[in-house]
Design a protein around this ligand. Sequence first.
Ligand code: C5P
Length: 210
Amino acid sequence: MIIAVDGPAAAGKGTLARRLAGTFGLPYLDTGLLYRAVGRRVLDAGADPRDVPAALAAARALQPADFTRADLRGPVADMAATAVAAIGDVRAELLEFQRRFGREHGAVLDGRDIGTVVFPTAEAKLFVTASAEERARRRHAELLARGITADYAQVLSEVRDRDAQDENRPVAPLRPAADAMLLDTTHLDADAAFTAAMALLAAKLSSHGA
Ligand code: C5P
């Protein structure tokens, strides 16, 4: 079984997807980490994350250790990930890894294009959103909790900028699949979002005969 969890930054996808994976006994893949790791490699090489050959070389060179780096989060890593993610050759390079991961034992995958591109035939697709202000509030609190000084207005502007880049890129833009179930978490905490997601999934999977 494949459960696709897509949506914009800081909508609560990761927390939800990890919890769903535990509940259904499925492996979990945070696909954003792949793009973050590529972005970091490009920065390490002293190149611009929008540079196609540099980003493609970084994607081809990925190693498991790249995913456990301590510097994959934060504004610089966010921007680099979003930039490399707009490059079609980079996405193509990462596609097979994601599909192989899901095919082995089934999986819950969170990202931007899981339901539209990576697993268009997933048994269940959730599109998790929240207002940009609420997502910025969460990201801001997360940064402060990690001891990173951040300005709310700046975080909000970065959230909006990443949304725009993810939604407007020509390849695999962020958008709900036609058969995705929408979950707006603006007024939901993590527990309430999980309960709402389980209700949506129960209805979907029972109609699937799962
Ligand atoms: O989900 P996360 O914020 O970690 O993703 C980082 C960036 O990677 C996103 O802004 C997006 O540009 C890109 N991404 C993507 N497709 C995915 C997952 C992430 O384009 N499936």
